[in-house]
Design a protein. Sequence first.
Length: 123
Amino acid sequence: MASSSPWSWGIYLYRKATFEDYVGIRGFEKYGKKKWRSNVADVMERLVAAIEPDEVVLGGGNVKKLKKLPAGCRAGDNDNAFVGGFHLWEKTAAAKNSVPVRRRPKQGTRSRLNLGEATKASG
C-alpha cells in the first residue's frame, strides 16, 4: 500500500526562484511551451531522484500541454486531488483524536505536483 505525500512542492527553491515559478502557470507564460516542458522534465527528474516515490501524479490543466509525461509520472485529475486532500485531512484529524496504534511502516510513496491551469484567472 502506498502513502500519499501531502506536500505542496511548488514552494521549494529551484534555480533562482521556486518550482512553481518554473513549472506552474508563471513558468509557462514566462518561458513558453518548449522551455516550460524542459523545466517540467528537469524538476520531475530531480524530485523523483530526491524522494524516490513509486509514482508521481501530475495535476493541473497544463499537464495536457506535455507531449510526454516524465518518467515515473502519470496525469491526474484535479477532482481527485480535492477528494484525496479531504481524506488526508480526515485521517490527520482522526489520528489527533485517537490513541496511537503501532502499525507496520507503509511501503512506497506517492507525490503530487500541480502544474496549474493556463488561464489568467488562476494566476
